[in-house]
Design a protein around this ligand. Structure first.
Ligand SMILES: Nc1nc2c(ncn2[C@@H]2O[C@H](COP(=O)(O)OP(=O)(O)OP(=O)(O)O)[C@@H](O)[C@H]2O)c(=O)[nH]1
Ligand SMILES: [Mg+2]
Length: 201
């Protein structure tokens, strides 16, 4: 049983734990997002961007960036006393794609973080979740100084299905990130209900 309470009867309530992926292009703010909401000290696997990575790591547009995630970010947030999310931030660079299938196993849904200055960087993540029918929400990370694009422009540019929620957010702000995560859970539940409906006729 994924969405309801577990049938145990009586307190204390055993919380339902759900796994959510946080994906998006290189430097879109994934590590920042996990760090902004996590109740536990987020596990990070960041390394300095080095001279050696220069030919493969495209830092144009993120010149202030000195570290990058090499395996994953991990954090936890309690949305309600009976609902706990485990957040898995994926590495943003192409050379870590081989880790994604492992991270995606058992995921309820995902956030694709988009930086409108480099929107094309999240195409691959959108593609990945569409192919595997993993429900996702696009979070437009509103960096300072980046032009604000209407949500509908982002939807069109990413060629998203009309059912996919697009929300503006600030990856540094706990409440903003929480809203995005609630949207992921809501969207995934709607998606699951729809599938059930289709299967049972
Ligand atoms: N102004 C602003 N800066 C942000 C925001 N989110 C992230 N940053 C900054 O952008 C840079 C990149 O953020 P990260 O969280 O490391 O991005 P990432 O997606 O984890 O990057 P990779 O792991 O390398 O793919 C950092 O210097 C952050 O401080 C935001 O919402 N606004
Ligand atoms: Mg990172």
């Amino acid at each position: 049983m994924i969405f309801g309470r577990t049938e145990r009867g009586g307190p204390p309530v055993e919380p339902v734990t759900l796994k959510i992926l946080v994906a998006g292009g290189f430097g879109a703010g994934k590590t920042t997002l996990v760090g902004a909401v996590s109740e536990i000290k987020p596990l990070r696997t960041e390394e300095l961007l080095t001279e050696a990575g220069r030919p493969v790591d495209d830092t144009s547009g993120v010149e202030g960036k000195h570290t990058t995630t090499v395996a994953m970010d991990f954090g936890r947030i309690t949305l309600r006393e009976d609902l706990v999310l485990y957040l898995f931030g994926t590495p943003g660079q192409d050379r870590f794609w081989f880790l994604w299938d492992e991270l995606a196993t058992g995921a309820l849904g995902a956030v694709v973080l988009a930086d409108t200055r480099r929107l094309e960087d999240c195409f691959a993540a959108v593609d990945y979740f569409e192919r595997r029918a993993i429900p996702f929400v696009v979070g437009v990370n509103c960096f300072d100084g980046a032009a604000r694009h209407p949500v509908e422009d982002v939807r069109r540019a990413l060629d998203l299905d009309s059912a996919v929620p697009v929300v503006l957010c600030d990856a540094r702000a706990r409440d903003s990130v929480k809203d995005v995560l609630i949207e992921v859970v809501r969207h995934a539940m709607a998606h699951a209900a729809e599938r059930r409906h289709t299967v049972t006729g």
